[in-house]
Design a protein around this ligand. Structure first.
Ligand code: AP5
Length: 222
């Protein structure tokens, strides 16, 4: 199964990706995680990414496209993948279509996590990550166990100011992907509010109940 998870910053893409991976075994390809790893390791590419990612701007298409093409060519993607945070522009979507087409592959579902902007600020400012396991928590909605609370870290781009920039990038550059994938018959809307478990149930239901590939009759709203 070839999947894309689409949605604004803080919509719960990473959280739902973990559930999808547990249920399907697909490799999880998060461009945000790859970019943050390169920044943390201070690689030459990481130094290029830093100014973009930490100020909430999108990294240039050609850099991200190269990363994703290389990642999709690895052995573990032979039977499917879960892309989280890619594509994010029409140019990236066209590039992905080309990469998949050249390999005789296509997308099965594009899952859009629908969450209103007003909800996202609270989700983003309360997010904390465990640097030892990579597990993401929320101080209120998904609190960490007391024993590890002190070692949790906050992402450099998780302030209210940077979130404004990320949201404006999302609406300007990523929103156009919604009609793009809708017209391709691949968009499945999933309500992203409610508890993590509620959203998980809706997300997994789409994967088991909506036929894979282009469909112009099912909207999987819940
Ligand atoms: P990226 O890491 O992809 O960030 P993002 O898209 O802004 O998304 P987030 O990771 O912030 O949120 P999420 O939807 O995964 O939410 P999560 O599950 O953590 O990208 C970062 C940067 O990298 C970009 O700004 C850009 O610079 C660069 N970049 C990445 N990809 C790129 C690309 N393709 N092109 C160019 N540049 C690129 O949940 C958020 C919080 O809410 C957590 O605390 C969680 O516990 C909580 N939560 C989750 N679900 C619920 C729920 N149902 N109820 C209550 N709380 C919940």
């Amino acid at each position: 199964m070839n999947l894309i998870l689409l949605g604004p910053p803080g919509a719960g893409k990473g959280t739902q990706a973990a559930a999808i991976v547990r249920s399907t075994g697909l490799p999880h390809i998060s461009t945000g995680n790859i970019i943050r790893e390169a920044i943390a390791k201070d690689t030459p590419l990481g130094r290029e990414f830093k100014a973009y990612a930490e100020s909430g701007r999108l990294v240039p298409d050609e850099l991200v496209n190269r990363l994703v093409e290389e990642r999709l060519g690895r052995e573990d993607c032979a039977h499917g993948f879960l892309l989280d945070g890619y594509p994010r522009t029409i140019a990236q979507a066209l590039e992905l279509d080309g990469v998949l087409g050249r390999r005789g592959r296509s997308l099965d579902h594009v899952l859009l996590l629908d969450v209103a902007d007003a909800v996202l600020i609270e989700r983003i400012t309360g997010r904390r990550t465990d640097p030892e396991t990579g597990r993401v928590y929320h101080l209120t909605f998904d609190p960490p166990p007391a024993g590890i609370a002190r070692r949790l870290v906050q992402r450099a781009d998780d302030s209210e100011d940077v979130l404004k920039r990320r949201l404006s990038e999302y609406h300007e550059k990523t929103d156009p992907l919604i009609p793009y994938y809708e017209e391709a018959g691949l968009l499945r809307r999933v309500a992203g509010t409610g508890s993590v478990t509620d959203v998980q149930r809706r997300t997994l239901a789409v994967l088991t109940s909506v036929p894979a590939g282009p469909t112009h009759t099912v909207g999987a709203r819940s």
